[in-house]
Ligand binder design. Structure first.
Ligand SMILES: [Zn+2]
Length: 141
């Protein structure tokens, strides 16, 4: 059993507030584009992040990555950074709208270089019952 590839997906959760607002657009256009999500006071979501790692099945352990190290990476880079915060106040989103698309891309960029075993394959982000986002960037190797 040489070089058999498989995928593992872990779920993580954080709660955060945001406001969809593009600085370069007028207040009127922002209201039209983002509707109630442009409310000046912001609103909150219970986000679920799905982190998928691809790797070779280790013939001894039978797994493709070290889940404890992955959990630690996501906890320190993502969950502790965003949980119970306002995303618009984070340095990453000063000039970037806090959409699910941009958040999924940011999470990819934060994690892609830190996966100890295997490679990051995809980031999924559940924002609401009806909104699910995915991002797949370039692998770092
Ligand atoms: Zn929202």
């Amino acid at each position: 059993m040489m070089n058999v590839q498989a995928y593992v997906t872990r779920q993580y959760r954080f709660c955060a507030a945001h406001r969809l607002h593009a600085k370069e657009l007028s207040d009127d256009v922002n209201r039209k584009v983002f509707g109630k999500c442009n409310n000046p006071n912001g609103h909150g979501h219970n986000y679920t992040v799905l982190v998928t790692v691809r790797g070779t099945i280790n013939p001894q352990t039978g797994d493709v990555t070290d889940r404890e190290r992955l959990d630690h990476l996501v906890a320190t880079k993502i969950v502790e950074r965003f949980d119970h915060r306002h995303l618009n106040h984070d340095s990453a989103f000063q000039d970037v709208v806090t959409t699910g698309e941009n958040l999924a891309k940011f999470i990819w960029d934060e994690l892609v270089g830190g996966i100890a075993i295997g490679q990051l394959e995809k980031i999924g982000l559940i924002e609401t019952r009806d909104n699910y986002f995915e991002y797949q960037g370039e692998p770092c190797r």
